[in-house]
Design a protein. Structure first.
Lengths: 519, 78
């Protein structure tokens, strides 16, 4: 509506043209008063007021309006119209946008330019193709010209240009394996999960040497390390529990068999390991080997426990008399040097007096001491054959009698479904395991007792240990276990435990106890 | 079930533990210790039997015992 009025107003700005056209409608509208002054412009002025009067506008100042005033009114009216028709501008702009395409400008431009411009001619273009643009002045003709020119370009080229390959094919062909397998291709062949197995680790607080009972490195751990690491597959952390391929000799020693000397070499090999362990070593006995007679036995704990030197000299090395006699002859002089290595190791292991690196003078002193000890040993008795082990505290202890171990093992082997007797090899392994077990148990119990500021291992320590071993729980009480596994005589002993320990147990435990007593 | 007619060497066990712990033992602890040892042996033999069966060996062998010793000891770590 407003758009229609605008061209009319523009036309009204030139009143000379307008009067003849608009005079008739003005008269037809029947408002002669307005048409009096400026007939050409009043038609506009009257038409406007008509439309605007509908919106309640007062009568325009039409009669007295100069063209400038009219223009001012027009702007005011247009503003009003713009205010009261909210989407007017948008509608207008939308219509105009729909109409204004590039084509609108290009069409007249093409008409103007087509007359005086020549079509673009390439050097290779044929003359025939030039005829079309010259003849066709119309616009679609221009489009066709361009297309033809493009076609001509392609046609005139003798050979199409070789496409440039992004990847050089030739270089690729030179490769041995043009198709590289995917990285994951090899994964299926082998079982790589084996490598991802996390080996058992110890917490820092449980590192060897930190606390004696927890994670302590036992001397037996390092006993045969040198042999073991070579021979066996190290499935587990070898520092923790060495594979036990070679402790047969130790067991042999425990059993009192003859080939005790076989372990001697192993001991010397693992001397370094024991030195690093920082623990007091228990190797009180070094057997003279059958093969090397020069080796000889020393008492390592001599200086550590001066109060009871006799015990150290009662060593089982007297089993073999031949090397003893040989060494005995030269014990004071030459014997000492042979022992140097072992002696040094034991000092380092004990950590009591000397460091690992022993001076030559100290070694000489040690050698003399050893010689003395050797001399004493010669005079010593052979009575204690069983006392072959020395604990880390320097206390000798007897080995568990193999008969007991064998009986136990036989019983449990039967119950676990294994057939056959227990071979001596197996017994050796079991003996070694039980030795380690007692060592570990002693460490643990010591830790518990020390923690309670006791010097005596109580039964409460043992109960704590069994609880921590998950052997006893709320379901299984220690007494029930004892009933199941211990002979009746031992049960009797257990029943005579002092009263305060009974209090520690549960009520049903005591009930069980009483039932047992009744029966 | 109780293994054996003979009692275990109480003095020996006591001496062993005493040597390892450098502590005195109260009167009847050794019985409990021996009970623990029995349990340990049971576990050891059971594990060894399982191990030997897995390895296709017949009966318990020394190798299987050695293999399971570390695990069993770790299980009995207090």
């Amino acid at each position: 509506m407003a758009r229609e009025s605008r061209p009319a107003h523009n036309a009204a700005a030139t009143p000379a043209r307008q009067p003849p056209v608009n005079s008739d409608p003005l008269t037809s509208t029947g408002r002669p008063s307005i048409a009096v002054r400026t007939p050409g412009s009043q038609g506009r002025g009257l038409q406007r007021p008509q439309g605007l009067s509908a919106s309640g506008r007062k009568a325009p100042p039409g009669p007295t309006a100069t063209p400038h005033a009219r223009a001012a009114f027009r702007t005011i009216d247009s503003r009003r119209a713009a205010i009261f028709t909210p989407h007017r501008t948008r509608r207008r702009s939308g219509q105009r946008d729909a109409r204004e395409t590039p084509r609108n400008f290009l069409l007249p431009l093409g008409r103007v330019l087509a007359r005086n411009t020549q079509p673009i001619t390439t050097s290779s273009s044929s003359p025939g193709s030039l005829q079309n643009p010259s003849s066709g002045i119309r616009q679609p003709g221009g489009n066709t010209i361009l297309e033809e020119e493009d076609e001509d370009d392609y046609d005139d080229e003798e050979l199409p240009k070789r496409p440039r390959l992004s990847l050089p094919i030739d270089v690729e062909d030179d490769d041995d394996s043009p198709l590289q397998p995917h990285r994951s291709a090899g994964l299926e062949d082998e079982n790589f999960t084996v490598q991802s197995i996390e080996l058992p680790r110890r917490a820092i607080s449980e590192q060897p040497g930190r606390r004696l009972s927890l994670g302590s490195v036992r001397m037996s751990d390092y006993y045969f390390n040198a042999n073991e690491l070579r021979s066996e597959d190290v499935g587990i952390d070898s520092g923790f529990f060495p594979p036990m391929g070679a402790f047969d000799e130790d067991n042999d020693a425990a059993f009192g068999t003859d080939d005790e000397a076989a372990g001697y070499d192993d001991r010397q090999e693992t001397d370094v390991g024991r030195r690093e362990s920082g623990r007091e070593s228990d190797f009180g006995i070094v057997m003279p080997g059958d093969m090397n007679e020069s080796t000889f036995v020393m008492a390592p704990q001599l200086q550590d426990s001066p109060t009871r030197p006799q015990v150290d000299f009662n060593e089982p090395m007297f089993d073999n008399d031949d090397p003893r006699s040989d060494d005995g002859g030269s014990s004071v002089g030459g014997g000492g040097h042979m022992i140097e290595e072992d002696w040094q190791v034991d000092d380092g292991g004990g950590g009591n007096e000397t460091t690992v690196g022993v001076d030559a003078s100290e070694m000489n002193d040690d050698a003399t001491v050893l010689a003395k000890s050797a001399a004493l040993q010669r005079g010593g008795s052979k009575s204690k054959k069983r006392c072959k082990k020395v604990s880390k505290h320097g206390i000798e202890y007897p080995a568990l009698p193999p008969a007991v171990v064998k009986r136990l093992a036989q019983t449990f082997a039967k119950t676990s479904g294994a057939k056959g007797k227990i071979t001596p090899d197996e017994l050796k392994a079991i003996m070694q395991a039980s030795e380690w077990f007692f060592e570990q148990l002693g460490d643990d119990l010591e830790a518990y007792a020390k923690h309670a500021h006791r010097k005596t291992i109580d039964e409460s320590d043992m109960l704590t240990l069994m609880k921590r071993q998950r052997q006893t729980s709320s379901q299984t009480t220690p007494f029930a276990l004892a009933q199941r596994y211990l002979p009746r005589e031992l049960l009797q002993e257990l029943r005579m435990t002092p009263a305060p320990l009974k209090k520690c147990r549960k009520a049903n435990n005591s009930a069980v106890e009483e039932d047992e007593e009744v029966t | 079930m109780a293994p054996g007619q003979k009692l275990y060497p109480r003095a020996t066990v006591k001496k062993i533990v005493k040597a390892h712990s450098n502590c005195n033992l109260s009167k009847n602890v050794d019985v409990t210790i021996f009970l623990d040892y029995v349990l340990f042996m049971q576990t050891l033999m059971k594990e060894a039997a399982i191990q030997s069966k897995q390895g296709g060996e017949r009966g318990i062998t020394a190798r299987s015992v050695r293999k399971v010793t570390a695990d069993t000891l770790a299980k009995f770590k207090g």
